[in-house]
Ligand binder design. Structure first.
Ligand code: 9WN
Length: 421
């Protein structure tokens, strides 16, 4: 065990708020959905009961309709905007009103498999409760966010992608009004350099969307009808499908035939829908703007996330990995969240270029699934080196390797632990 493994565990311990882990102190003082899924996999490398606990605390916030919200506000804090009062969700445990990428099913499977291999007691019971919650959430995704059964699920807010200010949203978000009845009192720029964060204009649009959906009382059908931002998104669909595969394995293991049948239908539909988003001329996959009907051609990390859930035929695979190699040329750290030669690329501004350890985790998984082990290893080494040199930063500048955003970051620590396994 290296010193850094100890440091990573120490970060998770410091960010523990009683069975759930905040992404980092002050900047993000609550439980975030996909952060916790990654954190659970990090815990699974040395403390499986704590890994279960992370997921159990997250589903305390699950809504009656099945949605697992993107933030659970377990304990009040005034160091973050928008806090629970802005969301107006009137939920018994305060939560936000939108969701985040469904890494949960995938994380649960890994925690479960580790628990089984260690012969831990109570594993099946704990996994079964979490499986039920995950399946309800997947049903919500398909009903609320793909009402026309296309196989691609849609996001109604950029925060739902986890990649808040990605250039992928530039065109779709520009249509959203900057007016809001809420006072936009940002706290993030008091914690980290404003030059690394989304612009004020982005925030006004983010909050305009919150106002719009709060006015729909967070009812999925009313939101779908009112949404000024609606993107059928490939990264989220790929994650949903990958987790759907994990849930299907659970359904079979638990002998739940009708669940298994439903999951097979969901998975098959998403698999063919994702494949249809491949664009050979671009050598990557694309999302679709459901308001304009146009492809979203901005080159971001999301374009390669479908590898996570698809077994690509050789020509596609070679083209996609050649494209990934081109983007990587001359960088200090891989893999950039935006193609470095693209006009919208910014090396330090949040999701417009920087490297995120958890995105590498997903890309590595997809590369390994498709037999590209050497390339996955390249990403792994690059991430580990960046962390060991610059610390457990929220993300990294791909040009200089500098650590940016919040420090002592939970998912970076979790990724490190996983990458060193
Ligand atoms: C909004 C916690 C979260 C991550 C997201 C990341 C950022 C929040 C924010 O932080 O988003 O959800 O306030 O910037 O974009 O991926 O889950 O780490």
């Amino acid at each position: 065990m290296t010193d850094y493994t100890d440091t990573a565990r120490q970060i998770l311990a410091t960010n523990d708020r009683g069975g759930y882990t905040v992404p980092t102190d002050r900047l993000y003082p609550f439980q975030w959905n996909w952060d916790s899924a990654f954190v659970a996999m990090g815990f699974a490398t040395y403390d499986v009961p704590r890994a279960y606990r992370e997921l159990e605390r997250l589903i305390e916030g699950q809504w009656a309709d099945g949605m697992i919200p993107h933030i659970v506000f377990h304990t009040p804090s005034d160091t973050y905007f928008p806090g629970s009062s802005v969301w107006r969700t009137h939920h018994s445990i305060p939560t936000s009103g939108i969701t985040q990428p469904p890494v949960f099913g995938l994380a649960l499977k890994r925690v479960h498999d580790t628990a089984i291999s260690q012969g831990l007691t109570d594993t099946r019971r704990r996994s079964r409760i979490l499986y039920n919650a995950a399946l309800r959430w997947h049903r919500w995704w398909y009903a609320a966010r793909d009402p026309e059964n296309t196989g691609l699920v849609a996001l109604l807010h950029p925060w739902e992608s986890g990649s808040d200010n990605s250039p992928a949203w530039d065109i779709a978000l520009a249509r959203v009004s900057t007016t809001t009845e809420t006072t936009v009192a940002r706290k993030d720029t008091g914690h980290v350099d404003a030059a690394m964060r989304p612009h004020d204009e982005d925030y006004r649009r983010f909050i305009h969307l919150v106002d719009t959906y709060a006015a729909c009382e967070w009812h999925p059908e009313r939101q779908w009808a009112a949404a000024p931002f609606k993107v059928a998104e490939i990264q989220t669909t790929a994650i949903l499908l990958r987790s759907g595969e994990a849930l299907l394995e659970f359904a079979r293991e638990f002998g739940l035939d009708s669940d298994a049948q439903q999951l097979e239908t969901f998975n098959a539909r998403s698999r063919s829908a994702l494949l249809a988003q491949w664009r050979p001329q671009l050598r990557r996959f694309v999302s679709r703007d459901l308001i304009s009907g146009d492809d979203i051609n901005a080159p971001t990390q999301a374009c390669f996330c479908p590898l996570l859930a698809l077994d690509l035929e050789q020509t596609m695979l070679e083209a996609a990995t050649a494209e990934m190699n081109d983007w990587s040329d001359g960088l200090s750290v891989l893999f950039p969240s935006t193609q470095p030669t693209y006009s919208g690329f910014e090396a330090r501004r949040y999701w417009r270029g920087p490297v995120w350890a958890v995105i590498n985790w997903l890309l590595m998984d997809g590369l390994q699934r498709n037999g590209k082990d050497a390339m996955a290893e390249k990403l792994r080494r690059s991430t580990v080196l960046a962390i060991e040199t610059k610390g457990f930063a929220e993300y990294f500048d791909p040009l200089t390797g500098e650590g940016c955003g919040g420090l002592g970051f939970s998912w970076t620590a979790a990724a490190y632990l996983w990458f060193l396994e």
